[in-house]
Design a protein around this ligand. Structure first.
Ligand SMILES: C=C(O[C@@H]1C=C(C(=O)O)C=C[C@H]1O)C(=O)O
Length: 374
């Protein structure tokens, strides 16, 4: 190992370990000092907002903290690695008040749970739900503080069910998370790879790994089940009775069900990514780098969509996504889901929204929220 200050202290193992012990002790004191500060912030919020309405979690502030961590980072740890550490520090600080309850599309071990942990850190209470609309209901009823649902996948496209659920919901989008989806072939530790007779997974994951399966496991039966996590649970169950069943699932499910990885990252498209939304009861103030999602019903007349889009062009607002769904109210009517860069309180964004309101039959701001940091 290179040593630039050889004259002062020789790098011996005991000395380096002493130094690490002393740094750890300082980091620990500082983390606790930070936690005490966060507790004081909570006291101030309580004093200002009163017991009932108080919202401790501030997505815009957390995004700013993480962005700053990345901006000032000098390495050798990478920016993302460093931000992940701070993500968990904030999660632990916030949980000192009261751990948040996060509803997500379950069961335990899904990629949606992975996204929830990425966004909120590990110090939250997980509430797995059986369906997307149940996630919404859990948050609407106040039983959960926030919900996490998938909205689009780079290989498979939009999750229609999520978009449709927004029509009748008063929940706001409070954040977004992007997660690289890595699939692994998993088995129980007691199972021999050569004996595997069936591969279980969700239909989407089987599709995302089709070429790999065709190449390496052409003669093994593929079985579609309700989720990857369920596939992992079934593989673990089978393993206990000595049946050689494999599952395709992600890291969280692998760990949760005590499986081992036969082959890692088997997805056909290496940048297979899913975007998830955080839904809650809160309007999020601007963080400085935000996105806004709208639901717009166009009038059924010539040039209707053109007139909507023209407003974005004129105000130089950057549209990042446009999805069309059939309107349930009128046959051949459509509603559009539009994402753009900016916060609805920005001058330009507000100007666009005002014009859309004049030109469309309905405009619903689904939320403005910080652009995903991690
Ligand atoms: C401390 C605060 O409250 C919470 C905790 C944060 C933190 O630990 O940095 C950041 C935002 C909030 O979720 C705050 O609003 O500043």
């Amino acid at each position: 190992m290179s040593n630039s200050n050889k004259q002062s202290v020789p790098d011996t193992l005991p000395l380096l370990r002493d130094r690490i012990d002393s740094i750890d002790s300082q980091i620990q004191s500082l983390i606790n000092e930070r936690a005490r500060c966060a507790q004081k912030v909570a006291d101030v919020k309580l004093a200002e907002q009163g017991d009932e309405a108080v919202v401790f979690y501030r997505p815009e502030r957390e995004a700013q903290v993480l962005r700053r961590v990345m901006e000032r980072n000098e390495g050798p740890l990478g920016n993302e690695e460093m931000a992940k550490i701070f993500r968990q520090v904030m999660s632990s600080c916030l949980a000192l008040e009261k751990p948040m309850r996060i509803a997500f599309l379950g069961p335990e071990g899904t990629f949606t749970q992975q996204a929830a942990i990425k966004h909120f850190g590990k110090s939250v209470i997980s509430a797995p739900m059986a369906a997307i609309d149940e996630v919404f209901r859990e948050v609407e009823s106040g039983a959960a503080n926030y919900g996490v649902v998938p909205v689009e996948n780079s290989t498979e496209g939009v999750v229609n069910h999520t978009l449709d659920t927004f029509r009748d919901s008063r929940l706001k989008i409070c954040g977004e998370v992007e997660e690289r989806i890595h699939h692994h072939l998993l088995v129980s530790p007691n199972i021999n790879a050569d004996d595997v007779t069936h591969i279980y997974s969700h239909q989407q994951s089987l599709a995302q790994c089709r070429a790999w399966l065709d190449r390496y496991w052409p003669h093994v039966e593929r079985v579609a089940v309700s989720s990857n996590a369920e596939a992992a649970r079934l593989a673990a169950d089978a393993g206990r009775s000595g049946r050689a069943v494999a599952a395709i699932a992600g890291d969280v499910a692998c760990e949760l069900y005590g499986l081992i990885t036969l082959s890692a990252n088997i997805e056909d498209h290496p940048d297979n990514t899913t975007r998830f939304l955080i839904v809650g009861n809160q309007e999020v103030p601007a963080s400085g780098k935000d996105k806004t999602s709208l639901l717009v019903s166009a009038k059924n007349e010539p040039g209707a969509l053109y007139r909507l889009l023209e407003a974005f062009e004129r105000h130089k607002v950057d549209m990042t996504r446009l999805e069309t769904r059939p309107s349930l109210m009128s046959r051949w009517g459509y509603i559009f889901y539009i994402d753009f860069l900016g916060h609805h309180s920005d001058e330009q964004s507000a100007a666009v929204i005002n014009e859309l309101c004049e030109r469309a039959s309905e405009v619903k701001v689904l939320g403005s929220y910080p652009i995903a940091v991690l």
